[in-house]
Design a protein around this ligand. Structure first.
Ligand SMILES: Cc1ncc(COP(=O)(O)O)c(C=O)c1O
Length: 460
């Protein structure tokens, strides 16, 4: 079947029907004129013309001006045989089942309790509009930027990490930063140690970099450092991926003793720590801990910060902060991937980060996220669901809820989706078998009434 343009389903349907008809005709046969097709399909002339144009573009029909539209016979060609490709490609590196969750937008009527980005009304849309329009009008809007990023934007990112602007590399989003860092800091075939549960996007980033995932369990205080020491010893891994601040999915914050122990282990094993600092600006209660990078003088920690989370998913501007030869390699090899983040995006990001709109936005975001988190918790309580949120997160956008033993979370999330509620199946966040059934519930995308309705529907 063709998928013509998703917004034009009717012309896709007409195109499918005409394609089937063309397959029963002889090359050179003429199709009825547009006005007849309009009547036959009860569709507008524009819809019919759209369908015909598509079939001409793919070679099924040929238009001859003044004479009509003819069947080419191309539809009679045998079906393509792609079977050789799997053998040539070998084993897939990236586990596709984990990637589907990342793109799970759902339909417009679904209640979204699984998406990891801010609802439109929580984004600084007016500021983005004004700053984006100004950036698009600037004389260098469509010029090439330095591969490492706009100098002033690098300076703005560096300030938060007490780093040198020269240590900063601007990239298009945190996910890209993860793949890039993993690929540069380890060789294919090497191990990367990650806490489990963790962000599935980090797992597929590691897979796409050809790395072996080594899971170390996490508890209510983040990665278990006693187990980490064993894993580093056993695997000789020199790369560790962590989210020290409001980890996705558990919301945990690494306490000072574990931070120190991680830095000690990294030094002992000569290892890098990728600090995925995606949620620093999504604080709700108190203050986030300082970035791990600020406690590390010797360049073990490479930090990643992103604006997609506290601003908008389309603000694909992030930074990798790395010192020493690792930083030089990361920045030096940048153009192997692409040339730069577009100027308009970088200028807009810079405008936002350096204006009074930024602290104003973060202040508002803190209280709005707090309201949504609390609304979700009280709705869970009110519905009497047998679900336990062991730790109320002090930042981030997710609740991590444990279900009764034996619950099939994959089946549960499928059933919820049938009822129009999207929730995160906890098993996707574990590297191997989940030790217990969990769900991840996100409170940043749905409004408070939607959260209430979603939880009620789910409870039913
Ligand atoms: C923990 C974590 N890190 C990184 C990312 C990547 O974010 P982005 O590529 O949108 O900046 C996400 C997105 O869900 C995430 O949850």
């Amino acid at each position: 079947m063709y998928s013509l343009m998703s917004k034009d389903n009717r012309s896709a349907e007409v195109a499918d029907a005409l394609r089937e008809r063309a397959a029963t005709m002889r090359p050179g046969d003429r199709l009825p004129p547009v006005r007849d097709l309009v009547q036959e399909f009860r569709a507008s002339a524009a819809t019919i013309s759209h369908a015909l144009a598509h079939l001409q573009a793919v070679g099924v029909l040929k238009a001859e001006p003044g004479r009509g539209t003819f069947v080419t016979g191309r539809n009679r060609l045998p079906e393509a045989d792609y079977s050789w490709q799997s053998q040539a490609l070998g084993r897939a590196r990236v586990d596709i089942r984990r990637t589907t969750r990342l793109g799970a937008h759902g339909g417009p009527d679904d209640i979204q309790l699984s998406w990891g980005y801010l609802a439109a009304e929580l984004q600084p849309i007016d500021d983005l509009r004004a700053l984006g329009a100004r950036a698009a009008r600037s004389s260098h809007a469509w010029s090439m930027m330095p591969p490492t990023g706009l100098p002033d934007l690098r300076r703005a990112f560096a300030a938060e990490y007490h780093a040198e602007p020269g240590d900063v590399l601007v990239v298009p989003g945190g996910q890209q930063a993860l793949v890039y860092a993993m690929r540069t800091l380890a060789e294919p075939g090497m191990a990367v140690v990650v806490e489990s549960p963790t962000y599935p996007g980090a797992m597929i980033a590691a897979q796409s970099a050809g790395l072996e995932l080594v899971a170390v369990p996490a508890d209510g205080e983040g990665i278990r450092t006693d187990k980490l020491a064993d894993a580093l010893e056993r695997t000789r891994a020199t790369l560790l991926y962590l989210q020290p601040c409001y980890a996705n999915p558990t919301g945990t914050v690494l306490p000072p003793a574990r931070r120190q122990e991680i830095l000690r282990l990294a030094a002992e094993h000569g290892a890098f720590v990728i600090e995925d600092d995606w949620a620093r600006h999504l604080v709700i209660d108190g203050a986030p801990p300082p970035p791990l990078l600020t406690d590390d003088p010797d360049g073990h920690v490479v930090s990643i910060t992103t604006l997609t989370k506290p601003v908008a998913p389309g603000m694909r501007v992030a930074a990798v902060i790395a010192r020493g030869p690792a930083g030089e390699r990361l920045r030096g090899a940048r153009v192997a991937d692409d040339m730069c983040v577009p100027a308009v995006l970088q200028e807009t990001a810079l405008g936002l980060l350096t204006s009074s709109a930024w602290p104003r936005h973060l202040k508002r975001l803190r209280s709005r996220l707090g309201e949504r988190r609390d609304a979700m918790l009280s709705e869970l309580h009110a519905t009497g669901l047998r679900m336990r949120v062991a730790q109320v997160p002090t930042g981030g956008i997710h609740l991590w809820a444990r279900l009764p033993e034996g619950t099939d979370t994959a089946a549960l999330s499928r059933r919820a989706q049938e009822a129009g509620v999207l929730i995160g199946d906890g098993s996707q966040f574990f590297i191997d078998e989940p030790p217990a059934p969990f769900l991840r519930l996100s409170y940043a995308t749905a409004s408070i009434p939607q959260i209430a309705e979603g939880i009620r529907r789910f409870a039913q």
